[in-house]
Ligand binder design. Structure first.
Ligand SMILES: Nc1ncnc2c1ncn2[C@@H]1O[C@H](COP(=O)(O)OP(=O)(O)OP(=O)(O)O)[C@@H](O)[C@H]1O
Length: 297
């Protein structure tokens, strides 16, 4: 375990190229995340957000560079040591990853399997203390009354709350969230993000979360890290940061959107011209037919 003043996450010169891919998914990424900090990763689809998150808990191995989480050199960890680190790092995903036919309570209890050893079938196979903790976490996320309902009968926002409760069972120090609200409506998204923030503050959790929604990121995170094609192109506090500054992360898209608009205008003009020509031709054909049908005087 680490002392309080070492960062929760220290990443230096991280490069990752997946086998068979033409270019790197991450290139020269350096990033320190302080304990208790709430960092948002922003960037286009494919910019490397998930890849970066997955290096923090050792789900990916760097091609080169350093990844230290909670004082541990992540790529060097194996077996029990890696499982222990993952026990200190909760992970929530866009698709919640719940087991639909199981009850909400049992889904939350699965968050504790790394310490108990699994698999287990049925709520009663978990120690009473764990069951009570799971109920406490469900209460915290506002779903105590749903504990014995099947997980797949809940709304998306509720399912993500269950996933948060499940992550809390690990008593994590770091929470990684990979687009946790990408499949939710705006209202549920704000509620889930507010809940994560409240829980992080209560427990002094460090959070690294990828998002697609710029406005949500600005209102929610302490700091925004922008990725473009695997490189960090923005790394700054959200204090005083404007939407326009953040949108520069997506610079290339703005250009291509501009180009697209120009192409669309041109296409519309051509379409109009073709239509006019077709109308003219139809009119000419009509005239020809009418005159052809006329009996000569
Ligand atoms: N397992 C993999 N094997 C090969 N290439 C991968 C793998 N995972 C990601 N990539 C590639 O690495 C790059 C970064 O992908 P990544 O999923 O990290 O981006 P992202 O920013 O999280 O995207 P999204 O917002 O769509 O989730 C992409 O080019 C992707 O195709």
């Amino acid at each position: 375990m680490t002392t309080g003043d070492t960062p929760a996450v220290h990443i230096e010169a991280l490069d990752k190229t997946y086998p068979g891919q033409p270019g790197p998914a991450l290139s020269g990424v350096s990033l320190d995340v302080a304990r208790g900090e709430i960092v948002v990763l922003l960037g286009l689809s494919g910019s490397g957000k998930s890849t970066l998150l997955r290096h923090i808990n050792g789900l990916e191995t760097p091609t080169s560079g350093t990844v230290v989480a909670l004082g541990q050199n992540v790529p060097e960890l194996k077996g029990r040591a890696l499982r222990d680190l993952r026990g200190d790092i909760g992970f929530i995903f866009q698709q919640f990853e719940l087991v639909g036919p199981l009850t909400v309570l049992e889904n939350v209890l699965t968050g504790t399997l790394s310490t108990l050893g699994g698999p287990r079938v049925g709520i009663w196979t978990y120690p009473k203390a764990k069951r009570l903790r799971a109920l406490e976490h469900l209460d915290r996320v506002g779903l105590l009354e749903r504990a014995y309902q099947r997980a797949d009968t809940l709304s998306g926002g509720q399912q993500q709350r269950v996933a948060i409760a499940r992550a809390l069972m690990q008593d994590p120090e770091i929470l990684l969230a990979d687009e946790p609200v990408a499949s939710l409506d705006p209202e549920s998204s704000s509620q889930v993000m507010a809940l994560i923030r409240e829980i992080a503050a209560e427990r002094g959790l460090t959070v690294v979360c990828s998002l697609h929604q710029v406005d949500l990121a600005l209102g929610w995170g302490d700091r925004i890290v922008g990725l473009r094609a695997g490189e960090v192109v923005l790394d700054t506090s959200t204090d005083g940061l404007s939407r326009e500054q953040v949108m520069e992360i997506y610079g290339r898209v703005a250009t291509s959107t501009g180009e697209l608009a120009a192409i669309e205008t041109e296409l519309a003009e051509v379409r109009e011209q073709l239509l006019t020509e077709e109308l003219r031709k139809n009119a000419r054909d009509d005239l020809d037919r009418n005159f052809a049908d006329e009996e000569p005087a």
